[in-house]
Design a protein around this ligand. Structure first.
Ligand code: ADP
Length: 475
């Protein structure tokens, strides 16, 4: 069996901020069926889940980072509940914080560069001491410099044979750092310094696209989109096209199973309609809204990427004229957007529920209770919400971009959801009209719900695609 080490800053249920956490927590379950044993290493944060687990000591050593000395301790999860080995890297002073990325003011931690470089170096230092792995799989820019260090830094020459895969979960975040952080990297030949550079800065993502043996994005359309951005980085994706591929994410169908989900109010038995109506009734009761209206959910980070500003505009315009829909919004993030969503709720309190929080349980309840789930993303590397909503018989409304385009064909083409072209208020409003038209025909809604729950979006297929890549890089 090929043994892969996933190196990541998130892994559900230990630490999750978004889709990457879901992917790293799920893919390793599905790889063994394709002949791959997968382990995961993440930093040891002070999350609730990590704090209550039992951990076994694996290794300890010290790390010098531009004059600062840290003790790095690796521990392995004792319990076998995850079905794959999970390691945590404990670096006191850098990762023993309850939040993964953001400080209390909502901004990224000021010592971001130091944290990521320390984590990446410590993982490679561990592999110098003991290495049972055949392939290293790095996730997003936070682990991108590994692909460079293992090839070009003198100290890592003993493990330079290890191939690296780099997966981009979100190409907007690139790990752009001032060249002064070079002092935190181990020594390498000056002639190789340019490999770290993009537009005058060290760039974690660009470096990994250059150095990794294989580059993947989390959907085929997103890989194509990366080649045609109004941005010089597209040239890099074009020139590295022959080692790049988009693989659509799947979902963990054990974790996301409406028949067994303990977080929802009513589990799916034989009747899908009963499942939907009972969950909707419970959510409506909990948040005091009218369950007779159509419910459209939104779950996600409040960021421009997700089109939250467009929702505010479109919902306001809709609610000035009509009130057939109740909008349920769950999310947090950008403080201005949080403010705008609160105001929307205040103004239209009979038609808008806003939960400004991160809550796994509420998310499950919203997937189960909503009639529709909207994703008006400006770009979407894959998106997982559309898969979860389908599994819970909730009709997706998506903008045709990235993974949303790859996974939700329009009902006009005998597909699975309502889709639209432009990230605009007008296109969202038109989709709301289509929702009302569709919803007035109960039998169409029922047959679409039946079709949605039958979709197989589990990881099985994509796990095979990753396994082929691992075989490929091992020659
Ligand atoms: P992202 O760009 O944030 O990674 P994805 O669609 O890939 O977006 O994944 C989002 C994941 O995070 C899903 O599992 C979704 O249910 C979850 N999520 C997002 N916001 C919240 C929230 N406020 N509360 C609970 N879960 C959330």
């Amino acid at each position: 069996m090929i043994h892969v080490l996933h190196i990541s800053t998130e892994c559900y249920p230990a630490a999750k901020a978004g889709g990457m956490g879901d992917v790293v927590g799920a893919l390793p379950h599905y790889l063994p069926k394709s002949g791959v044993l997968a382990s995961v290493i993440i930093p040891k944060y002070k999350t609730k889940w990590i704090a209550v687990q039992e951990w076994t000591f694996v290794q300890s050593f010290s790390l010098d980072l531009a004059g600062n000395r840290y003790t790095c301790t690796i521990e392995q999860l004792e319990s076998e509940t995850l079905n794959f080995p999970l390691y945590v890297m404990d670096i006191k002073g850098l990762f023993d914080r309850s939040s993964i990325y953001l400080d209390t003011d909502g901004e990224a931690f000021h010592d971001e560069a130091e944290r990521y470089i320390a984590f990446q170096r410590s993982v490679l230092d561990w592999l110098l001491l003991e290495n049972p792995f055949d392939v290293l799989h790095c996730h997003d820019h936070m682990t991108g410099l590994i692909t460079f260090m293992i090839k070009y830094c003198d100290v890592y020459q003993p493990i330079k044979h290890l191939p690296t895969i780099f997966t981009i979960h979100n190409g907007q975040y690139r790990g752009i750092m001032n060249w002064s952080v070079k002092s935190m990297l181990p020594s390498f030949d000056e002639k190789d310094a340019g490999i770290l550079d993009w537009d005058g800065h060290i760039n974690g993502m660009a470096t990994a696209v250059k150095c990794a043996h294989y580059v993947t994005t989390v959907s085929p359309t997103y890989m194509e989109e990366m080649k045609y951005l109004p941005d010089s980085i597209s040239l890099l994706f074009q020139s590295e096209a022959n080692k790049s591929i988009g693989i659509l994410n799947g979902i963990d169908d054990v974790q996301w199973n409406p028949k067994k989900d303990a977080m929802i109010d009513y589990q799916l038995k034989t009747s899908i309609n009963r499942f939907k109506s009972e969950n909707k009734r419970a959510l409506a009761q909990r948040y005091a809204f009218d369950a007779n209206r159509i419910v459209i959910g939104f779950i996600g980070r409040f960021a421009t990427q997700k089109g939250v500003d467009l929702l505010v505009e479109a919902y306001s315009a809709y609610l000035e004229a009509k009130n057939a829909i109740h909008f349920f919004i769950l999310g947090s993030g950008d403080k201005n957007l949080e403010h705008d969503i609160r105001r929307l709720q205040e103004k239209y309190r009979h038609n808008v529920t806003a939960v400004i929080a991160y809550s796994e349980k509420t998310a499950h309840q919203v997937y189960a209770a909503s009639d529709y789930l909207i994703m008006p993303s400006r770009f979407e590397p894959c998106g997982l919400n559309q898969f979860y909503s389908m599994k819970y018989a909730t009709i997706p409304i998506v903008r045709k971009t990235g993974g949303l385009k790859d996974s939700v064909p329009d009902i006009g083409d005998d597909g699975l959801g309502i889709t639209f072209e432009q990230a605009s208020k007008e296109d969202i409003l038109y989709s709301l009209q289509r929702v009302e038209a569709l919803h007035s025909n109960k039998s169409n809604v029922n047959s679409l719900r039946e079709k949605l729950v039958k979709q197989n979006n589990s990881w099985t297929k994509s796990a095979k695609a990753y396994s082929l890549i691992y075989q490929n890089v091992l020659g």
